[in-house]
Each structure stands twice: as structure tokens, then as C-alpha cells.
Write a protein that binds this ligand. Structure first.
Ligand code: HEC
Length: 281
């Protein structure tokens, strides 16, 4: 009886504790080679050349430039971004990105990295919405990509762990799931048409499967340097690109729909280590 009791409490403790989440900074190439070693995935291994070039990823320079921007006194208010709260307290960057999107009480919204940065740039530094620092969202030469790459890199190796405590966090994740599987447009595609089975390909591209967290973690590891575009790209840029691929209306960066999709896709990689910045085809 006592033994049975003990076994039961061990089992319960194991269930309640859940998986042990990694929370240590690691080089992106190290995280990726570890994932490849532990999992059979043609998506993870598809570009040997990219893997070889990861230690020289051009996105790493962008992260350095982003660091300088983050701590520089800038904007009409001439202050740094050190009081920017990305969810773990003002100026706390390590491990912050893997816990986004999350609910912020000061705006009453669930925000992703990009929308939170916009909030900090405009409220703390006083930049206007149409200042290029805020309005230019894409391309390696934009402040936005430099800042995002620096901030995200402070989570490399940390396990994705978006909070699901606030009702809006759960609602956004659930809305994202509906959006992901919603078929529409002239081709009747959903995201799931291409990303919900293992080993699907479009010509040479192997498509990541959202049902396999160990490969999906690479899929959502943005910012990433896209070799084919010679630019560092963001999650918002990827969402926009995939809607374009489906021939559906363009998604709007910072909209609840785009953030909901990211809440769902980050939750799907929960527990797996992030690769930041990543390098992709
Ligand atoms: C017609 C098939 C197709 C559909 C539908 C599609 N995607 Fe993609 N997706 C791709 C391809 C192809 C790539 C890889 C691009 C490349 O390798 O150049 C990709 C890449 C991605 C990536 C990054 C992985 C990587 O290796 O670059 C994510 C994340 C993603 N898609 C999410 C989505 C979401 C979310 C939707 C729905 C809004 C969606 N996709 C709809 C084909 C599709």
C-alpha cells in the first residue's frame, strides 16, 4: 500500500513537473547539431552548406549592431532602450524572446517581439510611427532587424516557453490554431497543407512539420539570414511570405491575426531549444 502510494506520487510529480526546459545560452550551430544528432529529420539536415556556414552567419554582425543601438541614447527623448520591458522586467533580455508572444498589462495586448519593440521605440525613445527606425521593418539595414536579431540572440539555446496563463494568451494561441488550419483562397490552401506532415517537399525544399517540435523549432527560429535573399528576416516577414505563397491577402505586421499565428507556432515548439540567429535557404 505504502509502495503503491509512493509510486503514485512519483508518477504525479513527473507529470506535474513536465519536461526540464533548457535555459542556458548556446551558440546556434551547437544547438542545431545537437538536434540533428538526437532526431531523424530531413528538414534539419537539408542544407549541409548552410550548417557549415553557421559560425560565420552574417546575422551575427547584425546582432552586434543591434546591441550598440539598444544601449545608445537615441530618439527625441535621447534615452537608451534599457527600460524596455520585454516581459521579464525592464532591460532583461536573456531568455525573454522565447517567452513571446505574451500578455502585457500596460497595453492590455498579447504582443510579439516586433510589436513590443515598436511600443518601446515610440513610448520610451519618442520616435514617431513614421520615423524609419519604426516604419522600416524589413532588411538587414533596418534598425528593426538589428534590434530584433540582438534581442533574439540573447535566447539562443533556451527552450521555447510562451506563457499560457492569461486568458488572452490562451485565446490568441487558439485563434492561431484556427488560422493555421483554415483553408481559403483560390488554391484552397491552409498552412497545414504544407506544414502538417513529415518530409513534404516543394522541389528541393523540405517543409517543416508543426507536429514535430524538434524540427519545428528551427522553422520558427527567426531572425534568420536567408541566403537566397541576402538579408536577415523576421517572423513577421515569414508569415507575410507564406500568406503570399497561399495567394491569400497579405498579413499585417503587428495585427492580432499575425501575432495569434505566432502564438500558436511558438506553442507548437514548446520545450525545444531555439536556434538564434538561424541561417536558412
Ligand atoms: C504551398 C505550401 C506552403 C503553405 C501553404 C505555407 N507554407 Fe510555410 N513554407 C513553405 C515553403 C516552401 C517554405 C520554405 C521556404 C524556403 O525554403 O525557401 C516555408 C517556410 C515556412 C517557415 C519557415 C521554415 C523555413 O525553413 O524557412 C514557417 C515558420 C512557415 N513556412 C509557416 C507557414 C505558415 C504559418 C503558413 C500559413 C500562413 C504557411 N507556412 C503556409 C511552403 C508553404
Amino acid at each position: 500500500m505504502v509502495i503503491r502510494h509512493l509510486l503514485l506520487s512519483f508518477a504525479l510529480a513527473a507529470i506535474c513537473a513536465g519536461p526540464v526546459l533548457s535555459n542556458e545560452l548556446r551558440a546556434p550551430e551547437e544547438v542545431l547539431s545537437d538536434l540533428i544528432e538526437k532526431n531523424e529529420s530531413s528538414y534539419l539536415t537539408q542544407s549541409e552548406q548552410n550548417i557549415m556556414m553557421m559560425p560565420d552567419n552574417a546575422a551575427l554582425w547584425l546582432a552586434d549592431e543591434g546591441k550598440a543601438l539598444f544601449y545608445e541614447q537615441r530618439g527625441p527623448n535621447n534615452v537608451s532602450l534599457e527600460t524596455c520591458d520585454l516581459g521579464k522586467g525592464p532591460g532583461v533580455l536573456e531568455g525573454a524572446y522565447v517567452e513571446l508572444p505574451r500578455y502585457f498589462a500596460d497595453t492590455g495586448r498579447v504582443m510579439d517581439l516586433e510589436s513590443r519593440l515598436v511600443y518601446c521605440l515610440t513610448t520610451i525613445q519618442g520616435f514617431a510611427d513614421d520615423d524609419p527606425t519604426v516604419s522600416t521593418r524589413h532588411g538587414s539595414s533596418s534598425d528593426m532587424m538589428k534590434l530584433q536579431t540582438f534581442i533574439a540572440a540573447q535566447s539562443s539555446g533556451y527552450a521555447w516557453n510562451p506563457p499560457m496563463e492569461h486568458p488572452l494568451e490562451k485565446a490568441m494561441r487558439d485563434a492561431g490554431e484556427v488560422l493555421f488550419y483554415r483553408r481559403a483562397g483560390t488554391s484552397d490552401f491552409s498552412c497545414g497543407t504544407c506544414h502538417a506532415a513529415t518530409g513534404k517537399r516543394i522541389r528541393a525544399s523540405v517543409l517543416p512539420d508543426i507536429n514535430r517540435p524538434e524540427e519545428w523549432t528551427k522553422a520558427i527560429s527567426w531572425p534568420a539570414y536567408r541566403v537566397g535573399q541576402q538579408n536577415v528576416r523576421s517572423s513577421q516577414h515569414r508569415v507575410r511570405g507564406c500568406y503570399w505563397q497561399m495567394r491569400q491577402p497579405e498579413s499585417i505586421a503587428g495585427s492580432d491575426a499575425a501575432i495569434a499565428l505566432m502564438s500558436y507556432w511558438t506553442d507548437a515548439a514548446r520545450g525545444q531549444p531555439s536556434i538564434l540567429p538561424d541561417k536558412k535557404r
